[in-house]
Design a protein around this ligand. Structure first.
Ligand code: CDP
Length: 221
């Protein structure tokens, strides 16, 4: 698939708790682009699997579940929304059971084959900032605007703990980086930012500068 040249896609990837979500949301607001959180889509499928008591380490059972799973992705106030079989799972997406199982679900190629086209569809009508693990490498490899946000393991663990969430980010990163289907990698042409000692505004400022340098028309912003 080639990127629709009439719309802009800014890809933001990185490991767990690197600050991607805060940065992607703030950047989207600043640019007045739509913000798409692809992690929420993998989390939503995981929540559904946990609810249905499907063992997430058994891909055949996960694939069987998908046959009865109707996913609708939409937008509300310039941010992505999702329903699974008519239910909005947003309040449950940071639950411990979801954190524990999401990387297993994300290794299943059929899950990615289901979600990636839904992610790509957003570009048909909108300029977007999309965050995830494989946006620059697999979902929109053609975009010239790719960023990889990193932070030290200590800082990332601290950030997640401050959110009061139980999340084995080291285990999740390992599964995400070593899986066969679209692993977490730094795309060759991505601009890497270490956010360990930067504020959200600091990272957004760096991305903004880079976008200008690359010639993205940013008007009066
Ligand atoms: O916010 P956090 O960094 O904790 O993770 P997330 O972006 O909500 O993603 C949760 C999980 O979904 C990741 O650990 C990956 O296993 C999976 N994921 C993925 O495989 N591909 C994406 N584009 C986004 C998320």
């Amino acid at each position: 698939m080639t990127v629709d040249p009439s719309h802009v896609i800014i890809a933001i990837d990185g490991p767990a708790a690197s600050g991607k979500s805060s940065v992607a949301r703030a950047l989207a607001r600043k640019l007045r682009y739509v913000y798409i959180n692809t992690g929420a889509m993998y989390r939503a499928v995981t929540w559904h699997a946990v609810e249905q008591q499907v063992p997430t380490l058994e891909p055949d059972k996960v694939v069987a579940l998908l046959a009865d799973t109707h996913i609708v992705c939409g937008l509300s106030q310039m941010e992505s929304t999702i329903t699974i079989n008519g239910i909005d799972p947003t309040p449950f997406l940071s639950e411990e059971a979801v954190n524990r199982n999401v990387s297993n679900i994300a290794t299943v190629p059929e899950v990615r084959r289901l979600l990636v086209p839904l992610q790509r569809e957003y570009l048909a009508d909108h300029d977007i900032v999309m965050e995830g693990r494989d946006i620059g490498s697999a979902v929109f490899p053609e975009t010239p605007y790719k960023f990889y946000i990193d932070a030290s393991a200590e800082v990332r663990a601290l950030r997640r703990a401050r959110q009061g969430l139980q999340d084995s980010i080291v285990a999740r990163d390992k599964i995400d980086s070593t899986r066969r289907a679209s692993p977490l990698i730094i795309a060759e042409d991505a601009h890497v930012i270490d956010s360990s000692n930067l504020t959200v505004e600091g990272v957004v400022g760096e991305i903004f500068g880079r976008l200008k340098q690359k010639g993205l028309p940013l008007g009066e912003l």
